[in-house]
Design a protein around this ligand. Sequence first.
Ligand SMILES: [Zn+2]
Ligand SMILES: [Zn+2]
Length: 283
Amino acid sequence: MNREVKRYVGKNPRLKGVMNLYREVFSTQRKLSRDIPDQFPHIRGAQVSFRIEENELLIKPDELEVDLQVLREILRELGKVLEKKGEGPLEGMERFLEEELEDDEKLRGLIDAFLEHDDEELAERMEACSLGPAVLHMLLHISLAPFFWKTTGALLRKTNLGQVPQGRCPVCGDLPVMGYLRPDDGLRVLECSLCGARWGFPRIMCPFCSNMDQEKLRYIFADKDDSRRVYLCEACRKYIKISAPPGEKDEEFVLPLEDLATAHLDLAADEMGYERGCRTAFS
Ligand SMILES: [Zn+2]
Ligand SMILES: [Zn+2]
């Protein structure tokens, strides 16, 4: 991770602030994930394959064990990181972390709505908190991620996610951060913004509306660099960024950093009237 941050910032010094924030968030997540007990896979072997075939999530919302006390700790630490690295105190952060967080029912309601991807319910519950909804959503997202890491480790070791024609993560149901082309075989791989799982996705298909009409799918790139592309879908007017890893080893390709480093492509797509279909690692 540190080497990758250095590489990106070396090429574009303006990325320093945002990359350092990501690094700090990530190292805090890693450190605090040690407080989360290891989880044995709740399903195995044939059940895993069955769920993938049936388009069922490998970790359903009620299958993720979230210890509220540990989550509080993570929310507090990450809340502090955001404040420290950001532009100073965030409105409502102190009240949220010191008071509202202590309310079991309130916290549980937020997590459930978040994990269920029930956007309406979540918006309503976030509205009742003093922290702004955008920051709160980001804070929940980065704080729940380590719980998934603990669960996915053993689960994914023997799972083949090589061909999953779904634009949402087959493990947790969240949106990808972006994708890349695997160097050995050209497979298009998407990475989940929440649990970090990677899955192979058809090259000629829109992840957001499953459109497969070649006439309605195209890509653009900037600065003559076609190793970083934006795939546009005319059917749903959304786009996804797909990059080629810089080296041979795609395991070392840190997609959230690549996402931050290709913000100019988001801007270009936005100016053309397309909407980002992916989340960022921070939202
Ligand atoms: Zn996921
Ligand atoms: Zn589409």
